[in-house]
Design a protein. Structure first.
Ligand SMILES: C[S@@+](CC[C@H](N)C(=O)[O-])C[C@H]1O[C@@H](n2cnc3c(N)ncnc32)[C@H](O)[C@@H]1O
Length: 626
């Protein structure tokens, strides 16, 4: 599991020092699989070493007009694109950019067949008119649509509808489709909530497709196209051409974002793995979300604000959550002190504040007979943005994440063997919003079921990309199953699914952002730059993986982040001492904080020490740090 929870256990190495793995998170919280393409990619790359990369013919395409809107208060600076970084394939680039310019060679059929990655295609589509209005509204899950397309608040069922355990929306979905409870027996069917256009889609067998399994009949009937409006799409192994066309070379988002995001492979002939691009989170099945205006109380919105909240002289209700100061500056960046606080709470083991659930949903989802105690979840600072019930202007400066991706990004094939990655094509100031982590909203039980199914399967190429939304789990005594949520970008996701891991000093930091609901159990996970990032730099994020952990079913990857803080690296002594020095300096500030509050620290250490989950070595390391 990436991000979300973070219990880093300082560890001692063999010599009893704070070791290379000293800043690790809880094992069970972090489960992540190697990306689908990595193993293949290494082989293919070697096979093509020294050859010119083959890149698809770029067909000229009309540039999508980006509507410029008058600015009210917040200025989203037009960042200057580094001239050396113009990589967008459809743009003409001058010779000096040849190093990174996408090649124009057309694909030919004479590619060695063994080097052609094989995937299966998704799948099927339901026509929008196939559901009743009620059903559509029940499923709507639209948030933060950029600018003028922002949708109205969607109804997710009333309190009465909700019943004890199953939300009305998911009940109605089940009534409409028997495709819901199928993970165990049949190939999983995946249901997607409404798109930005209110369009309903149903993806059948996305899991199976991603899994690489084949259907012998070469196609699968989903539903009668007339009665249920499903289109039958033949299932077969994708040819290279088909795979390539799955992701628009110029825009992997297929027009779903305000800006285009190209993809580029200068290393080998691989294409990005098959997945469905979505710009907003969607409910998979049982997750309970209720976005209603009636649910938003006066204290949850700024119903008296006018124009730009950031320039208002009176205190805006939406800033109360962040100490009466907005998290954003008038340039649309995160405020320096707020950002530093978030960084230190996430990265500095002494600042990390863990909270413990009474009945941890993560442990509950395992269905074990004995419920293990909660291993702790990182407390986080979060941002609260203005939304529909706020009276401020749509371009109020306290609406950043909901405006969608604004940076010039590119999905690219990394040369170091990490598979695909995400990079910026322009210099990004510290505190810039880059993108959200978008995926299917699953309950933890659903995620657990997916994982079980994956590990049971014969094909280990089915990888998962999940993050927990666990920042507030501790607030509620016992979360209902449908309230303990996570995001999974394995089958549906946005560009964030390409962000690779970097231990500790990654250039992105994830911050929870509340937009459309005051509910604590659902929030957006947004990535901001933790420092200034240069054009062409890869964007990275610390997944919080514990590379020593073999107590989870998902194999961790061999980390190639090349950070000097890498937790998955045997270091020579010199580098090791540098590493300790860096950790020491990072911790100094926090150690003084702990000294200032010795009793709280001691209490915390006692609490951790009393937990049977820690062995002597770990307790010793906790005491060492304290
Ligand atoms: C969220 S995906 C990132 C995108 C992925 N590289 C791809 O090609 O789709 C996570 C996977 O990327 C690879 N990865 C990410 N960070 C890595 C790192 N620091 N070293 C090696 N592999 C990494 C691992 O295979 C991991 O399971």
């Amino acid at each position: 599991m990436m991000g979300g929870t973070s219990l880093r256990k300082p560890k001692l190495d063999d010599e009893g020092k704070l070791g290379a793995n000293s800043l690790q998170r809880s094992p069970d919280m972090m489960k992540l699989q190697p990306g689908p393409s990595d193993s293949q990619s290494t082989q293919v790359r070697h096979a093509y070493k020294g050859k010119e990369p083959l890149l698809p013919q770029v067909s000229p395409r009309e540039k999508r007009p980006i509507v410029e809107r008058p600015s009210h208060g917040v200025q989203f600076k037009d960042r200057e694109v580094d001239p050396d970084s113009v990589l967008i394939p459809k743009q003409k680039v001058v010779d000096s950019y040849a190093l990174i310019k996408p090649k124009d060679e057309p694909f030919t059929d004479d590619l060695p067949p063994d080097d052609v990655p094989r995937y299966e295609a998704p799948i099927a589509v339901i026509r929008p008119d196939s559901f009743s209005k009620e059903d559509i509204s029940g499923r709507s899950f639209l948030t933060g649509k950029p600018d003028d397309q922002e949708p109205p608040a969607s109804h997710f069922g009333t309190e009465e509808d909700r019943g004890d355990s199953v939300p009305a929306s998911s009940s109605s979905r089940r009534a409409n489709s028997e495709l819901a409870p199928v993970l165990e027996e049949s190939p999983a069917n995946l249901e997607i909530a409404s798109s930005s256009l209110g369009e309903e889609r149903l993806m059948n067998d996305a899991h199976c497709s991603a899994n690489g399994s084949t259907e012998s009949n070469g196609g699968r009937e989903l539903r009668d196209p007339e009665s249920c409006s499903l289109v039958v799409v033949p299932q077969h192994q994708l040819t290279f051409e088909e795979l390539r066309s799955l992701h628009d070379f110029n825009d992997i988002t297929k027009g779903e974002e305000v800006i285009e995001i190209s993809w580029l492979n200068e290393i080998n002939n691989e294409c990005p793995p098959p997945f469905m691009y979505i710009p907003q989170n969607v409910v998979f099945q049982n997750a309970y979300l209720r976005f209603t205006l009636s649910q938003i109380n006066a204290e949850d919105c700024c119903s008296t604000c006018i124009g730009d909240c950031l320039s208002s002289t009176t205190i805006c209700v939406c800033a109360c959550e962040t100490g009466n100061e907005f998290a954003y500056t008038s340039e649309g960046l995160i405020r320096e002190d707020f950002l530093e606080e978030c960084i230190s709470m996430t990265r500095d083991p002494q600042r990390q504040c863990l909270s413990y659930c009474k009945a941890c949903p993560l442990e509950r989802s395992k269905n074990d007979e004995i419920l293990e105690p909660c291993k702790g979840h990182l407390k986080r600072k979060y941002i609260k943005e203005c939304w529909s019930k706020c009276a401020c202007h749509k371009r109020c400066g306290n609406r950043v994440v909901q405006r969608g991706i604004r940076c010039k990004l590119q999905v690219f094939f990394t040369p170091e063997g990490k598979g695909w990655g995400l990079r910026t094509l322009e210099k990004l100031p510290k505190g810039t919003f880059v993108c959200e982590y978008i995926g299917e909203i699953l309950t933890n039980k659903e995620l657990h079921e997916r994982n079980v199914q994956r590990t049971r399967g014969t094909n280990n190429e089915w990888h998962t990309y999940p993050v927990l939304l666990d920042a507030y789990w501790f607030l509620k005594g016992a979360l209902k199953e449908e309230e303990a949520l996570c995001l999974d970008a394995t089958f549906y996701g946005n560009v964030a699914r390409f962000i690779n891991h970097r231990c500790l000093d990654s250039n992105l930091i994830e911050i929870p952002v509340k937009v459309e609901t005051p509910d604590q159990h659902y929030y957006h996970l947004a990535f901001f730059t933790a420092r200034e990032v240069n054009a062409l730099e890869e964007l990275t994020w610390d997944y919080g993986l514990d590379f020593d952990d073999d107590d989870h079913p998902v194999e961790v990857f061999k980390c190639l982040c090349s950070s000097k803080f890498c937790r998955n690296m045997k270091r020579p002594n010199k580098i090791r001492s540098e590493f300790f020095a860096s950790v020491e300096s990072l911790s100094r500030q926090s150690i003084s904080n702990i000294r200032a509050n010795a009793s709280a620290a001691a209490k915390k250490t006692d609490l951790l020490a009393s937990s049977s989950r820690f062995d002597k070595k770990e307790i010793a390391s906790l005491q060492f740090v304290a």
